[in-house]
Design a protein around this ligand. Sequence first.
Ligand code: ATP
Ligand code: MG
Length: 613
Amino acid sequence: MTQEKYPYTEPILSVNDLRVSFKTDEGLVHAVRGVSFTLNKGETLCIVGESGSGKSVTSKTIMGILSASAVIESGSVMYGGEDLTKIDESEFHRIRGHKIGMIFQDPLSSLNPIMKVGKQITEAMLVNKNKMARMLDDLISKEEASYKNAKVRKTQTIIRAQGEVLESDEFYDKEIRELDNQIGEKKNDFEMKKIKNASLIQEINATAGKDDKSKAAAQQKADSQNKVNKAEEEALKAEIAQLIADNEKKIVELKKEKKEKHQTLEAKYREAKKAAKSLYKKEAPVLKKALKDKKKAAKAEIKQFKKDQAVKYAQQQSAFKDEKIKLDETCGKELKDLQASYSSAPSKALAKQAITKKQNEYDGRLKDINARQEQAHDDYVGIFKVTKKAAKATALRVMKEVGIPQPEVRYNQYPFEFSGGMRQRIVIAIALTANPEVLICDEPTTALDVTIQAQILELINRLKKERNMSIIFITHDLAVVANMADRVAVMYAGKIVEVGTANEIFYDPRHPYTWALLSSIPDIDSHEKLEAIPGTPPYLLNPPKGDAFAARNKYALAVDFKEEPPFFRISATHYASTWLLDKRAPKVNKPKIVSQRIKASLERAGVTNESEL
Ligand SMILES: Nc1ncnc2c1ncn2[C@@H]1O[C@H](COP(=O)(O)OP(=O)(O)OP(=O)(O)O)[C@@H](O)[C@H]1O
Ligand SMILES: [Mg+2]
């Protein structure tokens, strides 16, 4: 296949080796296990995979809205030179909902049922009223992040080193406890044995009859049992003594080892603490000064900006004044002349008509100037802060943009007065008011019926083009992917297993999981769902070794169960993580059903020769 030139190449957001787990009663659930991808400016990247593959956890990490039990174990989310996993809450607000917007699956749960939709749309805009403060925050964000990060780094280094000491102590304490427990258990066994033996004797004694002979027999039996018992008990006693001696020796050794380890680690910890502190001491003033300088420069920049705006505004206002003077001098004067000549006009009716016409012209032009003047005033005020009036105007504009008829009426209605599709449009409108650069859509149409779904998808596609947004679109539905994606990342069990342009994934899939997904979608012509993927995804409490899909993969090789496959490069935009792409692997063709479907859809598209792609 000839290589198409992929048009989107300017990275705007990148996720790097992200690992996210959840603390549960059973242990850590490894939901996202080393995910990396880049989102380019203006593209739609679809993330597709079965339920539970980690799609939402990935998007929630980007948005900074993970639940409290989540742990970001490693990795970064880089956006605008900042790592979104590291920045603090207040800084995140600047980005979340502003630079990066998100739309969820269920539009009802993202709307407040008892608030009019208009207010819900304007609310977010009015929260951050002061635009100049936000501008300052934006201007100094990098320097502020560096300064704060230095402190975080220092604390983290110290805590980590301290953690090593505690961990080591805990390890030895546990070992020592274990040895103590062994002794306790053995002693328990001994006591149990004694009770059991005593009851054995009792049982024998109970068999003794009244006569001497039977008494003697029982006695004899009891005596011999007693001997066995004693021997057993002696042996156990010796065993306990040996165990105590052994374990005590081991405990002494362990305690010694613990102490030594503790001292070494404690020294290391003190060293690390000292180093971290001294690094911070060195770094902090530099970073602090950089922040201070940047703040000063930013303030000056804002001051200049305000001044420029004020000058521009004054110029505009004086231009309007001039325009009005000119109107008076031309149209106004003409009107006066007409009025003055009315008494001498040959036809009063014609003269009256001419006056009315001129009067209307004059009024119309004046009204137009006044309207523009008022708009200029609103615009000027709007530069510095969001007014209620401006917020409402934006809300109405965006409502119209997302295809809500009669926005003025709808503005004052409650969510329950809207259909599901219209509600999702409102949610999209809310996300758009901030004019986000990146929009994350997590299954935004799953709750809608098919025709409405198609409309919403079309809307998102249109908005993306008009606003030049970059979109991460999450879905489990390959049919939706086909309608939306410029690029596709296929996710399985917390990892991306294949990534490529939409054409590469649909016409040249390489990972057996992608094959399985493609074979499971209903056929376009027959609508028949062909092959369900056998089995279920692995439980992420103990993710399998090797390729997580191996157990469900009929093409799995022995190595798939042992070793994780690396990413193999197929083209500059196409990568897949499967051992089938290794040079040593046997040649495996994609399933017939997949190649048949590819052929059929290529034919439908009028491509008869694959190399034309
Ligand atoms: N709060 C949580 N506590 C424990 N485990 C969680 C939590 N949230 C998600 N998980 C687990 O993380 C894994 C990934 O979940 P995620 O919601 O990202 O899946 P998904 O790909 O979005 O699936 P779906 O298509 O069903 O939305 C799942 O195994 C899930 O059980
Ligand atoms: Mg999800």
